[in-house]
Design a protein around this ligand. Structure first.
Ligand SMILES: Nc1ncnc2c1ncn2[C@@H]1O[C@H](COP(=O)(O)OP(=O)(O)OP(=O)(O)O)[C@@H](O)[C@H]1O
Ligand SMILES: [Mg+2]
Length: 397
């Protein structure tokens, strides 16, 4: 009887501060995580790879960790991209009549893809957005109304970096789309939710509704600004500023007994004097206020007509900052939750959101026959076959 052969999926998220890799196997139609790896990234500025050779070396470290854990070598990868260089453009035309008002087949499409004609030289499409809901008239459907574009050079550097790390890029996926597969439930995506990713160099703000990415924008702000502010404000090294940021707790979260000598928790451990603790708090709150005020302006600027009952889901490294959701809620005036990874198997660190989302996104698009295929003899041959056998033996135990 024919049995399943696992399909190997890998997601790579080369971020401004870290590279994250997730390897998963599709086994009997379900996804099983088998390897994860993380490494500090080098040569990436606000999500853009400046020096592919340098970045490839750091990507290799994360890749080798994930491959070692999985016990397999992987050659093909889905890669996420997001940077302050993205632009959302309107594609002129693209108006297609469908259904009763349209052609007999109802499937008429313009001869030339108007979205391609709208792409400026030196840029390429990384995601197509559906028409804004306000402009959709029943029976009259706007085709590829808007496009998310990135500089071609950014994407070329991303592909070159992967190649130098020994990987062939299967697809480049816009990061907020990828991470939505790891963080949002189908119901949240269907009913309407805002996803905010606060990383090291950038913050993306995206709206999902009726199951699709509807609006998106990227701000050139993130954790590196918080770290820089602390380093300058307290005249200390960046390394020390990172430590303080990670240990930070707003006053009302400090343990009882925290005092001026630094005997309490969180920021008290890292910073001895009360005056300095107050300074840390004011520096962090000022930068968070700026980030969420700008995010609020972006959300209002979308002028999104639908209701967004899913509220705001925040992720990215900075989302781990204590008290962040309170500040966000106060400024945005929308219910906020911190994103939790929805992954099969043991819990993953939030840093793996994009990489996990990439494999889940890829999995969602695998044709049925790829999820279940080939016979037992084929499985025994080759490396993936041995992985299959190992999985099968383990499941029997
Ligand atoms: N526990 C923590 N509390 C507060 N900030 C944190 C914590 N852990 C990490 N950070 C900050 O999160 C940032 C890294 O986040 P993340 O890993 O999402 O970035 P990235 O994906 O590498 O960058 P980008 O998405 O901007 O390209 C850093 O600025 C780091 O200082
Ligand atoms: Mg990121």
């Amino acid at each position: 009887m024919a049995k399943d052969l696992p399909v190997v999926l890998m997601g790579l998220d080369p971020g401004t501060s870290k590279n994250a890799v997730v390897i998963a196997l599709v086994y009997k139609g379900s996804l099983e995580l088998v390897g994860v790896g993380e490494s500090p990234s080098v040569g990436i500025h606000k999500g853009v790879i400046d020096n592919p050779a340098l970045t490839a070396k750091s990507v290799k470290q994360a890749l080798e960790k994930a491959e070692k854990m999985a016990g397999i070598r992987v050659g093909r990868v889905s890669v996420s991209y997001c940077s302050a260089n993205i632009e959302v453009l309107n594609s002129p035309g693209g108006l297609t009549l469908t259904g009763q008002l349209g052609s007999r087949s109802g499937k008429e499409r313009p001869a030339v893809d108007p979205a391609l004609a709208a792409v400026p030289p030196g840029r390429r499409i990384i995601k197509r957005l559906p028409a804004p809901l306000t402009r959709t008239v029943p029976g009259l459907e706007q085709n590829c109304d808007r496009i998310v574009t990135a500089p071609s050079e950014d994407i070329a550097n991303l592909i070159e970096c992967a190649r130098l790390a020994g990987l062939a890029v299967q697809e480049v996926v816009y990061s907020p789309l990828a991470s939505s597969y790891a963080l949002l439930t189908p119901a949240e995506k269907e009913l309407g939710t805002i996803l905010i990713d606060i990383g090291s160099g950038i913050t993306s703000v995206s709206i999902f509704n009726r199951g699709l990415l509807r609006e998106t924008a990227v701000l050139p702000l993130g954790g590196e600004h918080l770290v820089g502010d602390l380093a300058i404000g307290l005249s200390m090294s960046l390394t020390r500023a990172v430590e303080i940021l990670r240990e930070y707790k707003p006053e009302d979260e400090e343990a009882p007994g925290g005092n001026d000598d630094g005997a309490g928790n969180g920021v008290c451990v890292a910073v001895k004097s009360k005056n300095t603790r107050d300074l840390v708090r004011s520096i962090i709150e000022a930068r968070l206020t700026e980030i969420f005020t700008l995010a609020g302006e972006v959300i209002r600027g979308f002028d999104y007509p639908g209701l967004l009952p899913g509220g705001v889901v925040i992720h990215g490294g900075v989302s781990q900052l204590s008290g962040l959701s309170c500040v966000a809620e106060k400024i945005l005036q929308i219910p906020v939750r911190i994103g939790q990874l929805q992954n099969p198997g043991p819990a993953l660190k939030p840093a793996f959101a994009n990489a996990l989302g990439l494999v889940k996104y890829r999995f969602s698009r695998l044709p049925g026959e790829k999820k279940v295929s080939r016979n037992r003899q084929e499985q025994k041959e080759g490396f993936v076959g041995r992985v299959f056998n190992w999985l099968e033996d383990r499941n029997k135990r």
